[in-house]
Design a protein around this ligand. Structure first.
Ligand code: CTP
Length: 410
């Protein structure tokens, strides 16, 4: 049970009545709620019900002299650990994505220094509209956590995605966010360096060799380490994922650029090599587009050169080797044996072995065997976020051994 506080912005949609249930559900979990009711929201629920359920004043008007005297809108925006917008209407999403500040809700979203969770609810066509999807992508890119709406029959009779998720699901998400924000920070003062995603090795200016890595696992680990207080540098190949909040992302394309970016980011306490670095690159990429009928020849022969092995290079550094170096092993068979061999060959401390014979590379689950100096641990199949949290906790435990505490840099 948590004892935190959220600021809840209630937008003007039919799902607004569920925000009242949310306030009650959160109160049962020990989370206090202070509310802003938008003008639209006040057509669906009254300030009196909001205030009675939250046990606090219900704020509504940006230009209210009374409210401003009691608690200014800037102070209000920072008075909670987390800002939640529920229901987040198409209009609220658009305003927040566009940086508008013409009422208390939008001004608060602009002024806050706290993380924001948005829970959209609207008609299916409004949700699927290109403008809404663009706004959601912008908000996620800005680090806002936007929940996916449920799919089902809507109040207006249409069917599809756009329904507000169940109140308990929203409360779970809020509680998990609060725990991350206010939970222990055992990695404070530590620097974690990670690689993630695929690399692209150019063949000519328009073609490249690459692989199916989605970057999901690496990004999740970066987020989990940041949640435990680490300063995180994530050197990422091209992926379709937003930068995790509080993580420094360095974008690269090729394996050689990835190695250079890692070297530039050192020193670090821990290095985690999650990227699916292309083992080979075309030996001499053409500086102009290869033509189908170049000099009347057939298809060009593909001559490949080995890429630098980033994990091996960093493991073998004499002076700047991070204290803990962790590699990944993508295997399709003999997972444990291959991982043991890979640990020795790469000179790293731990290997996170995963079986990529199924849909792991694009999917959201992973089955892990962790090979450490102490032996092999087989973890049950779980979501990539859960794998990330468990690994981050293992790393924190490793660093919290006797005599291992480090004084925070600041
Ligand atoms: N790795 C790396 N640089 C490379 C190749 C791999 O840093 N050029 C890292 C990966 O990030 C991963 C580990 O090495 O942490 C193992 O990658 P994997 O593809 O499983 O192994 P390979 O070394 O490529 O060996 P093989 O493909 O023969 O299994």
């Amino acid at each position: 049970m948590s004892s935190n506080r959220i600021l809840l912005i209630i937008g003007g949609g039919i799902a607004a009545y569920k925000s009242l249930e949310l306030i009650r559900a959160l109160a049962k979990r020990g989370v206090a709620t202070r509310c802003i009711l938008t003008n639209g929201g006040s057509h669906f629920v009254t300030p009196l019900s909001v205030s009675a359920l939250s046990g606090d004043k219900c704020y509504g008007d940006l230009f209210s002299l009374d409210d401003e005297a009691e608690m200014g809108h800037i102070e209000l925006s920072r008075s909670a650990d987390l800002v939640v917008v529920c229901p987040a209407t198409a209009d609220l999403l658009a305003k927040a994505a566009g940086g508008h500040a013409n009422d208390l809700a939008s001004t608060t979203l602009m002024a806050t220094d706290k993380p924001v969770l948005m829970v959209p609810a609207m008609n299916v066509r409004m949700w699927e509209h290109a403008a809404t999807q663009r706004n959601v992508a912008t908000l996620r890119g800005d680090g806002v956590d936007v929940m996916e709406p449920d799919t089902g029959t809507m109040a207006c009779g249409e069917f599809g995605p756009g329904r507000l998720p169940e109140v308990d699901v929203i409360a779970d998400r809020i509680e998990a966010s609060l725990e991350r924000l206010t939970g222990p920070k055992p990695l404070k003062g530590r620097h974690a360096l990670l690689t993630a995603g695929p690399t692209r090795e150019p063949l000519d200016p328009v073609r490249y060799l690459s692989n199916h890595s989605s970057g999901k696992q690496g990004y999740a680990i970066a987020r989990a380490l940041a949640d435990l207080g680490a300063r995180v540098t994530l050197v990422s190949g091209p992926v379709a994922l937003p930068a995790p909040r509080g993580v420094d992302v360095v974008q690269v394309e090729t394996g050689r650029q990835m190695l250079a970016a890692c070297e530039a980011a050192l020193p670090a306490d821990v290095f985690i090599s999650v990227a699916a670095v292309a083992d080979w690159r075309p030996s001499s990429p053409a500086d102009r587009k290869l033509k189908l009928k170049d000099e009347g020849k057939g298809p060009p022969a593909l001559s490949l050169t080995e890429n630098p092995d980033i994990l091996l290079t960093i493991s073998g550094m004499a002076e700047s080797r991070p204290e803990l170096v962790i590699g990944f092993a993508a295997e399709t068979d003999m997972v444990e044996e291959n991982a043991q061999r890979k640990r020795a060959r790469k000179g790293c401390d731990w290997i996170v072995a995963n079986d990529v014979s199924g849909d792991v590379m694009g999917g959201s689950e992973n089955e892990i065997a962790l090979v450490t100096e102490a032996g092999v641990e087989n973890w049950p199949r779980m979501g990539k976020d859960a794998v990330a949290r468990q690994l981050a906790e293992r790393i924190a435990r490793k660093f919290s051994g006797p005599g291992k505490q480090k004084i925070a840099a600041e």
